[in-house]
Every structure is written in C-alpha cells, then in structure tokens.
Design a binder for this molecule. Structure first.
Ligand code: GRF
Length: 262
C-alpha cells in the first residue's frame, strides 16, 4: 500500500478527484492518508473533513522556510507518506524536502509543459496566457517536482483543443473564455493525476538521468513508463466509473466538450 499525502492551498478540485478515485475503488494499493493545507480558510480542508481524511493546517506566514518545511515533513512522516502530491499548492518548498522525497513528489500543471510553465503562474493566468498566445492545443501535465519546480521530468500529459468559440469569446468576454478553457482542461487533470498516482503505486515509473557533456552540460531527466502488458486497458476499465461520476457532477455536455477530438 502506498501512502499518499496531498499538499493543497485552495479550492481542491484535484484533491477531490483523487479522493473520489479512492472512494469509488478505482485505485488499487493506494491510500490517501493526509492533506496538508496552508491557509486557515482553504476550501480544500472541507473535502478532507467530509471524507474523514486526516488534515493539518501548516501556515506559511511568520515561519521561515526551513521551519515550514520541517513541520510538513514531520506530518508526512507520521502518516508514513511515501508519495507527495501537490495539487494547487502555492508555496515553494526547499531543497531539503526534495532531497528526502527525490522523485516522490508530483505536481499537476494546467498546460502542456514546458509551455506556459513560469514559476508562480496560477491556473487562471496559465489559461489566459494560452489564449493570448493563440495556441490551438493546450492541456495538462503531471510531472515529478524537483528544485527547478516546473522543469521536473514529465510523467503524463493530455492535450485539449482550444475551441474556435473560446478564441472568439476571448476578444470581448475574456473571463468567460478563460473559465471555459479552464473547465475543459480540469476535467482531464482530474483523470490523469490519479492515473499517474496508480502508475507510481504499481512501480511503473522510472526516472532516467543522462548528463550531457560540454559547455552546456545539463541533466536530462526522462520518465519511462512500463506499460508492457494491458495495464492501460485495465486502468481505463476501472476509471470508467469515475468518468461517469464526472458526467453527473459536470453534466454530460461539459464532459463531451472536454473530450472534443484533437
Ligand atoms: C489546477 O488547475 C492545477 O493544475 C493548478 O492549480 C489548479 C488547482 O485547482 N496547479 P484545484 O485547487 O485542484 O481545484
């Protein structure tokens, strides 16, 4: 059983989706054991409370980064957390954290990294930037986090086509266009994050590091996914129940719109 700890700062829809995968029995060998949040009023805490998941506030105000990180690690240790999932977490943790949880920290980003991956850009601004740029395809990315933040090795991505209607809307109803794109991407975020967690729990993710030489020497880190048998088929079958629950929550039309073919 892999114990998962989630760090979230706000609304918590990704946390909710992860919890749903557990509640609906989609996960196997995964235990979402603890939520850590950093604002007293973060709505995400109510999701944990509702589902009886241990949750702890670790405020970042008036504590230095070392102490903040120490408090987080101590909670993760007491829940014997092996995998840490950042889900709308807005604080950068330090190098000590990444040393301890090397390739055991995941994050989700609402674009196809490395595009629109600047540090500190929150989801709304990511979608706004994508619309402003006029990209035809965007999407979401689950990646392993290291000290570089958004430059960690990519685990999974899912493309989402930007609709012509969204580009039109963006000209005079900017916020509506951003909201529409954000919802359609979020539907896929909620699916691929849990898939990445299950791949981790099934020990199917390996990070390969190759150091290129010369003046521009740098480490290239690539995640290879072991999918040699029918893992994906079985996962899709198990996840179907979650997708049905998305149709109930979002409406079948919204889910269909998110699935618009590329
Ligand atoms: C998501 O779009 C995620 O990709 C980004 O922040 C947003 C968090 O949303 N990192 P939520 O709190 O999970 O609803």
């Amino acid at each position: 059983m892999v114990s998962v700890g989630v760090l979230a700062s706000g609304r918590g829809s990704n946390f909710q989706a992860i919890v749903e995968h557990q509640r609906l029995g989609v996960f196997q060998g995964v235990d979402v054991s603890v939520l850590i949040y950093n604002y007293p009023e973060a709505p995400v805490k109510h999701i944990a409370e509702k589902h009886g998941i241990a949750n702890h506030l670790v405020g970042h105000k008036n504590v230095d980064r070392v102490e903040f990180e120490r408090q987080i690690m101590s909670i993760l240790d007491s829940s014997e957390v092996e995998l840490v999932c950042l889900a709308g977490w807005d604080r950068i943790v330090g190098s000590e954290f990444f040393r301890k949880y090397r390739w055991k920290v995941m994050n989700i980003h609402p674009a196809l990294l490395p595009s629109f991956g600047w540090k500190g850009l929150n989801a709304r601004y990511v979608h706004e930037a994508a619309l402003e740029y006029g990209v035809k395809i965007t999407g979401c990315t689950v990646f392993f986090v290291d000290v570089s933040v958004e430059k960690g090795p990519i685990i999974l991505q899912h493309p989402v086509r930007v609709l012509k209607s969204e580009l039109e809307l963006f000209k005079n109803r900017r916020e509506d266009a951003i909201q529409s794109l954000s919802d359609r991407v979020l539907i896929h975020e909620h699916r691929i994050y849990s898939k990445a967690i299950q791949l981790y729990a099934d020990r199917r993710l390996r990070v390969y590091e190759a150091v290129t030489s010369g003046k521009e020497a740098q480490a290239n880190r690539v995640v290879s996914i072991d999918l040699h048998d029918d893992w994906e088929k079985k996962w899709n079958e198990r996840q179907r129940i979650f997708i049905e629950s998305q149709k109930t929550a979002w409406g079948a039309k919204a889910v269909e719109a998110a699935e618009e073919l590329i």
